[in-house]
Structures are given as C-alpha cells and as structure tokens.
Write a protein that binds this ligand. Sequence first.
Ligand SMILES: *Cc1c(COP(=O)(O)O)cnc(C)c1O
Length: 394
Amino acid sequence: MMATIDQAKQVIANTYGRFPIVFESGSGVTLKDDSGKTYLDFVAGIAVNALGYGDEGYAEALKEQALKMCHVSNLYWNAQNIALSEKLTKWSGLSKAFYCNSGAEANEAALKFARLYGEDTRYEIITMANSFHGRTMGALTMTGQTKYQKHFSPLIEGVKYVPYNDSEALKEAVGDQTVAIMVEVIQGEGGIVTIAPAFVETIKSLCKTHDLLLIVDEVQTGIARTGHYFGYQAFGLEPDIVSVAKGVAGGFPMGVSLVSERVASKLSPSCHASTFGGSALGSAAANYVLNKIDDENMLAHVNEMGDVLKAKLEELKGKYSIIKELKGMGLIQGILIDDALPTSEIIGKAIEEGLLLVGAGHQVIRFVPPLIVKAEDIEAMGQILDKVLASLTV
Ligand SMILES: *Cc1c(COP(=O)(O)O)cnc(C)c1O
C-alpha cells in the first residue's frame, strides 16, 4: 500500500501543519519513512513514545492482552487496570486513579473534580499564561494562550489567568470563588519554562491558607521524563490532582487523573465517566511501560542521559551564539534560539539531514527523545545539529 500525501489531503481534515513525510516503521530511536530514509527521532511522537519503536516485550504484552480481551467497560473491573492503579498511586503518593483517553480529557476530569470539591460555591480555577492543557472546551479555556482560543468563544466560565512564576499576581488573583490553582512544573508547549522556587512556595502557602486544590498537569512531564516519576516530585509540590497522558502507555492512547484522598472522597458513581477509560488493553500497555521503568532503573538512566544531553547542548551553545539559553531537565530540554534565525529553518534543515526535532513556544527547539535514548544517539544528534547550525549561520 503506497499512500501519497495528495491522497491524504483529499480525505484527512486539514487541522495540522504537517511535514511531507509518511512514516512506516521504527526501531529504538530511529524512524523509517516510505522511501526507506531513516531519521533519528528526538520528538518521540511529542514526548509519547517512552520506549521508542519496536519494543518486542511491549508488542508481546499488547498481543497477549488482545487475545484475552481488549475492553469490557467500566460496568466491571479488569485486573490490568487494578495493577496499573496500584503502580500509579504508589509512584505519585496520591490516593485514586480515574482513567480517560488523552491529556485534554485528564484535564477535563481535573476541572470537574475541582468543581465537585468546590461544592457549588467555589468554582474558579487559576491557570497560567502560556500554559497548555489541551483543545477541548474546558482544557482550551484553562490553556492561557489566546492564539488557540480565537474563534471558539464563548469559553467556559470561572477560569482566571496569571503570568507564570508571578507570585504577586497569583496572590491577587485568589478570591472567594477560587477552588484550585493549575500549573505545569515545566511548561512544555509554552517553551520549556521551568517553575521558579519562589512560585512553588507561594502556591503551597496559598493552597494551605485558602483550602485550594493544586492541579499539576504532568501530561508532558510525567512518567519519568524529568528523571523523576512525576515532575512535581523534583520541585517539592504536593498536588491534589495530577493529569497524566502522553508517555504513560508508550503510544497507546490513555489519560489519567490521579487524585488525593480529599478529592477522591467527593467522587461517586456517574459523577464522571469514559467508555474506553482504563481498558484492559490500554492498561496492559501502561503496565508494561511502568514495569520497565522500574525494572530497568530508568529514572537513573533518564537523569544520566539528561546530563549528557545538557552537556552536548552546552557545547553547541559555546560554538553558536545563536543559541541564547538552555532550558529544561532530564529528557525534556530546549534551546532558545535568537530571533534572527527562525526555528522552523533549523527544524526543516534537520529533517533533510535525518533528524526529527520539534519547536515549543517562541523560538525554542525542544528535545524529548524516547526515554531509552543512549549516549551515542545524543552524540549523533549533536553532530547533525552542529552541521545544521553551521550551514544556517555565518
Ligand atoms: C500534550 C499536552 C496536553 C494535551 O494532551 P492531548 O492528549 O493532546 O489532549 C495537555 N497538557 C500538556 C501539558 C500537554 O503537553
């Protein structure tokens, strides 16, 4: 079957700006297109493919579960989902898990759970400028970026925005109706912007004095990407609700909303639901990923590779003044590029040279490779990026 991009444009909705590449298969951190060209992948399906491509154990786990049963609905229980929930609550220190199918849905669940906690009197959620929480109406409203919201008014009520890391603005925004503060510990789509220690302290003290819930969107930063199970664990935050998706099931669609006991105690049958949520097949995929992270000590590996990546980017920064700043930690890092060189040119040239990169925010190039990336892959990436930057700068 030879698919052509012209055919695709006849039948696939035009909601994405795509590169003219049709991918066919992958192995490790390498993808192959339909012409046989290979690419070193530092995008990982946008921080999704934790185990890269072609993991036989992962394929085996999916096959085995598919042969037993894929889905039975939430009218009943399934053992894969119970095991997964035990793992996620243990990793997070939170009390209970609710399952859905994407990051946006995890954040929609967070929004509804926060409103339940507010008991019809408090309903307002404070979110951050430049945040990203997804594209459904609640998640879109909580996303503090007007460029995504334009043309979709009216948005939902009860969401306020403050500049990220601005403690004074956050204190001023809290009112009688406020029930929750929502943050990312590293703004991913917003440009790999890390939460400031002073802001962490402000959030903690406001949550305590005003009985506010802290919602942390770990859709991009969760599941070992920062070198911790969840990013908030690196910053000393104690969330009540944690949104998880992207990497959790290694490419199988899954969203999770993890909640503390005080939130869990407000939940009751049919307050929220998702037909596919926590399916046996999805849970089997996630169990495989999470067990592998523990069994193969992948937190230590991510930390180590994070240092290797940081050192490589530091070296390139020393060589090219067009790189203004290094950002992020673990295997979610970025470089801020001077406005003189649009990041799209770097990304386009890198693709020609067989390297996949993705932008984030304004003039940031993001590095979110599969968690199984090796030092030699980072070295190879650095060599290609070096060549690309040399060709685009004088
Ligand atoms: C990707 C992302 C989302 C949205 O996830 P979808 O699965 O695309 O709905 C939400 N929050 C953060 C932090 C993300 O990175």
